[in-house]
Design a binder for this molecule. Sequence first.
Ligand SMILES: Nc1ncnc2c1ncn2[C@@H]1O[C@H](COP(=O)(O)OP(=O)(O)O)[C@@H](O)[C@H]1O
Ligand SMILES: [Mg+2]
Length: 263
Amino acid sequence: MPGKTLRDEVKEIQAQLAKLQKRLESLEGLEERPTARIRTYIDGFDDLIGGGIPRGHVCLLSGPSGAMKTSIALNLLTRNSENGAQALYISLEETKESLQETMRSMGLSEDSDFIVDVGRLRTEHEDMEETGDWIEVLKDFITKRKRYRKVDLLVIDSLTGLYSLAGLDEPHRDLFHFFAFLRNLGTTSLFIFDQGEEGVYPNREDSIADGLFHVGFHRLQDGSVGLKLRCAKLRHTKHSMDYHELRFENGRFLVGPLPSSSL
Ligand SMILES: Nc1ncnc2c1ncn2[C@@H]1O[C@H](COP(=O)(O)OP(=O)(O)O)[C@@H](O)[C@H]1O
Ligand SMILES: [Mg+2]
């Protein structure tokens, strides 16, 4: 270029390099910053709840038996693990083998390192069995695991199972402290809750949870039965309250509008 010395050109290139360097640093920063929300991996549903569950929240997934609560939770953990999250699934009712079978039938990856069942907890905490303080057993297990591995995401399946094991004297208070413990760890937690009738929370669990999701059945006039899902509460989020039809198709959960003929 006329009038430009070699020195000018070098300066220009250096300035551009510095700009690129800054851009790169900001992009790296973005990658390192954990996303603010945990996706549920139910297609269409994350958009209805602001992108997912806010990080660090303690939520309940409630509904009747057979409404695919366990399947939803296994899918959520597997998909998030595949994307780098450290997950822990504590099963208080089903064995690890039974959950692995569910994962196989759903076409989920065979990697089930994140599942710990009640049998393993019992062998690792023989001394605790006498006191019967199962919340302490869980806290202890999670704390120990955190020493060598992060726990970004936790599922307890189920809270109902925890109640039968623990025989808590003051469930509301005990749960309040347990939820606070989990929030302090920065873990995003999902408690599965077996609930025959929607909205029935015997120990006011709904008031201390940050989020409530409900799955249930819907019936069509032709007698067929399908699944429905709604978010009943999610702190810090503007969300839809409505029920949506929930389906599991081609290895993915998705929501769509509830059929108008639904009873
Ligand atoms: N691969 C699958 N596709 C569709 N539905 C399935 C599949 N595997 C299991 N189910 C359904 O899910 C039900 C059990 O799901 P599960 O997650 O254990 O329910 P919950 O934990 O709510 O009791 C089964 O009764 C079956 O109807
Ligand atoms: Mg279940």
